[in-house]
Design a protein around this ligand. Structure first.
Ligand code: FAD
Length: 336
């Protein structure tokens, strides 16, 4: 078996990669800081944030307020936009020097890209797209929960020999903690050494797609194949309740709704206070995306549908027959 650059004996501390864009830390980085803070407190480990960019020093203070004990800050004009080569070079050098035990990154497009590259360079394992994290009781090894084999199983993965233990975690899996501006921490500026070969990609333009952010929604009205493509009542209900419309992959693949609305293994992980699931069968690929919802109401015309196993309240009926009077009654109540 290939050996990693260093082993468990030399490894120490928990790291979170602080992804930034447009002068802000990504929400998932703050969520990871909150989760990693709990892991660090459990093991008396130091929590380090790794922040790269250009002119991003203020974000290091945000990371401290959200729980970091130390921030390694690498700044260079070449790091202004995320690019695989320069970012991977700087982070690999930092890991080789400081030897963290655990390294967590957000499962965003950039985070996934960087994590894969780092794992290969560091010759360690990577548990990608985790839907939960914990520490094993006796060994204190990191346990990453992922759906595996096409969603057929829920697997818990650990990395016993190689370091760092790396994982990417999907946005919305954990909650962001309240910032504590009085926290003090060590912000260390690190040397950024780049080579000419790191400069093979030039970013010409960056276009941000506008879309819903279901990871922050408090109320979600989600529809599946049972809607037969008619989301109008779901949209009305979502608007009345101040929520957002979500969907299964079937509904997205059919072109009934945008991909930014997809919930599940290959969509978004959500944690709303209320999720109303309409015409959805309850496949595990979907339910992993709503399992952290506070209250789930399922409406399905098939009383045997699997979705009822995942719901707090179930209505075995045609979704249109249920939603129409519900929308009318809420409208009447709001008009009074
Ligand atoms: C690797 C992989 C990843 C995947 N990732 C995702 C993912 O991220 N998200 C996701 O959603 N899926 C994902 N899938 C697909 C997933 O396995 C299911 O196929 C999908 O979730 C089913 O969608 P559905 O519930 O809308 O459709 P169906 O399974 O067809 O269910 C439709 C339901 O609607 C009910 N119904 C029909 N008419 C009505 C009505 N008038 N009123 C009330 N109920 C009605 C039916 O009884 C049925 O239960 C993935 C699959 C794979 C293999």
């Amino acid at each position: 078996m290939t050996e990693s650059l260093y082993g468990p004996d030399q490894a120490q501390g928990i790291w979170v990669y602080l992804e930034q864009q447009g002068g802000q830390l990504e929400g998932v980085s703050l969520e990871l800081l909150a989760m990693a803070r709990e892991l660090a407190d459990e093991t008396s480990a130091e929590l380090t944030g790794v922040l790269l960019g250009d002119d991003v020093e203020a974000l290091a203070n945000d990371a401290v307020a959200h729980g970091a004990d130390r921030v390694l800050l690498g700044q260079d004009p070449e790091l202004a936009q995320y690019r695989t080569e320069p970012y991977a070079r700087v982070v690999t050098a930092l890991v080789a020097e400081h030897k963290p035990d655990i390294f967590l990154l957000g499962a965003t497009p950039d985070g996934r890209d960087l994590a894969g590259r780092l794992a290969v360079r560091l010759r360690t394992g990577l548990t990608a797209d985790c839907t939960n994290l914990a520490l094993e009781d006796d060994s204190r090894l990191l346990l990453g929960e992922v759906t595996g084999f096409g969603g057929g199983i829920l697997a818990t993965i650990k990395c016993e020999q190689h370091r760092p233990q790396m994982a990417t975690v999907r946005p919305g899996v954990f909650t962001t903690g309240a910032p504590d501006e009085s926290r003090k921490a060590d912000i260390q500026r690190v040397n950024v050494i780049l080579l000419a070969e790191d400069d093979r990609v030039e970013v010409l333009e960056r276009v941000t797609e506008e879309g819903a952010d279901l990871t922050r929604s408090k109320v979600i009205i989600a529809g599946g194949r049972g809607t037969r493509g008619d989301f109008s009542l779901l949209e009305e209900l979502a608007e009345l309740l101040g929520g957002d419309v979500g969907a299964t992959r079937v509904a997205v693949d059919e072109g009934w709704i945008g991909r930014d609305r997809q919930i599940g293994q290959t969509g978004f992980a959500t944690r709303p206070d209320l999720a109303i699931l309409c015409g959805i069968s309850g496949a595990m690929h979907f339910t992993v995306g709503v399992e952290k919802a506070e209250t789930v109401i399922a409406i399905n015309s098939d009383p045997e549908a699997e979705i009822f196993e995942h719901a707090d309240y179930g209505v075995a009926d045609d979704l249109f027959q249920v939603l129409k009077p519900l929308v009318d009654q809420i409208k009447q109540a709001q008009a009074r």
